[in-house]
Every structure is written in structure tokens, then in C-alpha cells.
Design a protein around this ligand. Structure first.
Ligand code: RB5
Length: 147
């Protein structure tokens, strides 16, 4: 599996923590920035991560900002992306099982690094369940085709 990861200044610290999780799991990743805690604009990082997922250059994306909201709204505007904003372990698991989410968004001002790392691990390690959930995901993606 290959992952693209990005954050703005408000998610920078947790981005660095999550890279350690992926190192431990031997998961290859591409960090699109940002590179420090100087103020930047979250769409400048959400779009490259989302586009890499949509083009199949990577399998999954992870985005962190202050709340995760700006990142998730932006990522979901890219066709092919199913970005889930997650701040608990149950949602991390179920959004993989049921929604086949391909981008994970979190907010560093909402949760701490310990929980963010656990969420990342669960989200990366949980497979999509398919079956009736595939039908629902297909219906979700048909909305893009019609737009
Ligand atoms: C930056 O101040 C903040 O607005 C951003 O990180 C994010 O929370 C937006 O949704």
C-alpha cells in the first residue's frame, strides 16, 4: 500500500506522528507538505493528496488540519475521493468496512496524537466489506457521474 499525506500548519505535528506509524507498519508514503508550522492554506495540500488518490498514484490519502473539516470538504470535491472525517476508533473501522473511504481526515485541535495514531492504524488495516456496501458505494459514486 502507498499513502499520500498532507497537512496545514494546524495539523503539522500530527502529520509527523502519523508518518512514524506508517514507518512502523512498513507502509510507503509520500508527504506533500506542509513542512513547518508557518501559516498555510489547507486546500493547497488537500487537493494534491486527493488527486493522487483519484489518479491511482497512491492507494489512500491522509489529511490533517485544525478541525479536519476544511481538508475533508476540499478532498471530497475531487471525483473518485471518499474522504471520511474521523475522530474515534469506531468510525475509523466502520468507514473502511462500509464506505470504502480512501482518504482519512482528522483535526489536530480536536484529538491528541495518541488517538490520531490509533485511528490511522485501524483505518489503514481495515478492509472494505463489499457486498451490500458495494452497492451503496456505487450509488454514492454515481452522483459524481451525473454532476
Ligand atoms: C486553520 O486556522 C484552520 O482553519 C484549519 O486548520 C482547519 O481547521 C480548517 O478547516
Amino acid at each position: 500500500m502507498k499513502v499520500a499525506i498532507g497537512s496545514d500548519h494546524a495539523g503539522y505535528k500530527i502529520k509527523e506522528d502519523i508518518k512514524e506509524v506508517m514507518d512502523d507498519l512498513n507502509i510507503q508514503y509520500e508527504d506533500v507538505g506542509c513542512d513547518c508550522e508557518d501559516s498555510v492554506d489547507y486546500p493547497d495540500f488537500a487537493v494534491p493528496v486527493a488527486e493522487k488518490v483519484a489518479k491511482g498514484e497512491v492507494d489512500r490519502g491522509i489529511l490533517i488540519c485544525g478541525t479536519g473539516i476544511g481538508m475533508s470538504i476540499t478532498a471530497n470535491k475531487v471525483d473518485g475521493v471518499r474522504c471520511a472525517l474521523v475522530h474515534d476508533l469506531f468510525s475509523a473501522k466502520v468507514t473502511r468496512l462500509h464506505n470504502d473511504s480512501n482518504v482519512l481526515a482528522m483535526g489536530e485541535r480536536i484529538i491528541g496524537p495518541g488517538l490520531a495514531k490509533e485511528i490511522t492504524k485501524v483505518w489503514l488495516e481495515t478492509e472494505f466489506e463489499g457486498g451490500r456496501h458495494q452497492r451503496r458505494v456505487n450509488k454514492m459514486m454515481e452522483v459524481e457521474a451525473k454532476a
